[in-house]
Ligand binder design. Structure first.
Ligand code: ADP
Ligand code: MG
Length: 374
């Protein structure tokens, strides 16, 4: 077990800067999830921590030790990949024991570690099988088992469940949560799955174009995104964005006029905004309600997706930058083409300035943020 500290990490491939000054502290035993669009540098960041890529600049510390220039084998890290990366000609047992064997462990030591890990992961009956005789989930479990037997100080996971079907993903997600609870080891986990990020993480790191936009608990990021990028990235379906102009701004209420002329009141904005300031109003699908008597916008239903417990209703309106998504009850009875007036909850709005920064007042407290406006 160990903490991880990254300071000013830079990494380029040729002329392409992939990581541009990453500062990150992961506490001992913490489960940190890294999210961000494809190509933003998530895998590269994990690979630099593992020592599979050399950094151009910066410092990587594991515990108190500077490992920036150490080879992967001396960093005390185990990495689990999306592709499993198992040796196809070796049995599960041999795959899991390979690393220990190379490291010079005794056969007794190896046997004990492999059997314990197999027991934890439900692989005991499969130890003599080869990877091609395993299901996707069993392969991924073997890859995790191989990581466990090395007793790493830090686990790195790079989209480990992406190749599994939906129900297996849920099962493996629970297993990974349980594993973290049992092993109490520091884990850094890359995913593009919102549910994995929200449910597994003690802390989420949002990465964009090689820079950290924000770090915080899942709740902090969902509730208090520091900018429009994080607001749009965390949450599924994504937050709705509507553009408009400030009409009037008082300490507690700002009035925004949308494209259609609709007047929307937004609570809690830091400082007064001058009239005519261009702003983007953000509202999550669950914070729209049908009908009401103020903060209304007129829409037409484009599509209804009934999911049983609730429905997602896609609305056309000139006010939304894209479409507007509304989370309705499971028995929502309107249909495509119907007109619908929806109410925007004044105390649930976000307001972003031209540079993308959140203008709303945040409650003072422990929001860990990083400056990020692109
Ligand atoms: N070995 C490499 N050589 C050149 N470019 C690379 C290499 N690895 C990654 N890249 C580039 O670095 C960027 C970030 O890649 P990656 O870290 O894999 O992103 P992510 O995992 O977030 O999708 C991408 O533009 C990718 O093409
Ligand atoms: Mg990747």
């Amino acid at each position: 077990m160990a903490s991880l500290s990254l300071r000013n990490i830079h990494k380029s491939f040729g002329k392409t800067a992939v990581l541009s000054g990453i500062d990150l502290d992961v506490a001992d035993g913490e489960f940190t999830v890294i999210v961000g669009p494809s190509g933003c540098g998530k895998s590269t960041l994990l690979r630099t921590v593992a020592g599979l890529e050399e950094i151009d600049k910066g410092t990587i510390k594991i515990g108190e030790i500077d490992v920036s220039r150490l080879p992967p084998s001396e960093r005390g890290i185990a990495m689990v990949f999306q592709s499993y990366a198992l040796y196809p000609h070796m049995t599960v047992y041999a795959n899991m024991s390979f690393g220990m064997k190379i490291a010079g462990a005794s056969p007794e030591e190896i046997d004990q570690a492999v059997r314990a890990a197999a027991e934890t992961l439900g692989l005991t009956a499969l130890l003599e099988r080869k990877p091609k005789e395993l299901s996707g989930g069993q392969r991924q479990r073997t890859a995790i088992g191989r990581a466990i037997v090395r007793r790493p100080r830090i686990f790195l996971f790079d989209e480990p469940l992406s190749n599994l079907d939906a129900s297996l993903r849920v099962k493996m997600r629970h297993e990974i949560a349980r594993l973290h609870e049992t092993l109490e080891t520091t884990m850094i986990y890359v995913t593009h799955d919102q549910v994995e990020a929200m449910t597994l993480a003690d802390r989420i790191v949002v990465l964009r174009e090689g820079c950290i936009e924000q770090t915080g608990s899942p709740h902090e990021l969902y509730k208090y995104p520091v900018n429009r990028f994080v607001a749009g990235f965390i949450g599924s379906p994504a937050m709705n964005f509507l553009s408009g102009f400030v009409v009037e701004s008082r300490p507690d209420i700002t009035t925004v006029r949308l494209e259609s002329g609709a007047m929307i009141q937004v609570n809690g904005v830091a400082g007064a905004l001058p009239p005519d300031t261009p702003v983007t109003l953000g509202i999550r699908p669950e914070h729209l309600t049908p009908g009401g008597d103020h903060n209304l916008i007129e829409t037409q239903i484009k599509l209804v997706e009934p999911l049983g417990s609730h429905s997602y209703v896609y609305l056309d309106t000139p006010d939304a930058e894209d479409q507007l998504i509304f989370r309705a009850s499971g028995d929502f009875s309107f249909a495509k083409g119907d007109r619908l007036t929806v109410c925007i909850a004044a105390d649930q709005c976000h307001l972003f300035g031209k540079d993308g920064r959140e203008l709303r007042q945040k409650p003072s407290g422990n929001l860990t943020t990083s400056q990020g406006d692109h």
